[in-house]
Design a binder for this molecule. Sequence first.
Ligand code: TMP
Length: 205
Amino acid sequence: MAAFITFEGPEGSGKTTVLQQVSERLAKEFEVLKTREPGGVPAAEQIREILLEGEAVDDRTEALLFAASRREHLVEKVLPALKAGKIVLCDRYIDSSLAYQGFARGIGVDEVRAINEFAINGLYPDLTIYLDITAETGRQRIESNARNMNRLDHESIAFHQRVIKGYKDLIAQEPNRFKVIDANQELETVVEATYSAIKEFLNKQ
Ligand code: TMP
């Protein structure tokens, strides 16, 4: 059974760890592909380097590069996996661009949606897990984990609050596609809630 499931959330939401653990559990029952954006295939990983490790670029250039990397990853990795009947779990997708570039950077959600719809050509996720946490708690978590901070992590708390506001608007517009999980809980509880939400979705297919 093919399904395209994306994971979204602000910095420090635990998204990558949760995705890893949920994917291990699902892999016992289904064929699963776990992947991430930006990156996932060589050309898109090169774009990731520019975006996350390089010098700051113009806001619209940034949005276009995220969209270009999304397209390449979609065509080269996601579509073949869906065609093969796999469950694709993807760390970030179009909603990240709408929240970060469209809303937080202030380019405009409609403008950023337009270039992304060109890139994804109709392939919206079937389900999007949103790991819900405040900007302050997220920041504390990444500081205490001492994980490598990327260029966008270094943005102000106000920027990350705008990211969250952007996500909340998107969730209000498409409440059926999003499943919101309280990420302030213990990791184990968050993993369990996420796994159950995905199973419930798959059982309805
Ligand atoms: P992550 O590996 O922590 O998820 O890092 C990816 C960073 O890139 C994160 O700060 C969010 C940002 N990002 C965007 O700004 N727009 C996008 O479209 C995507 C996919 C990620």
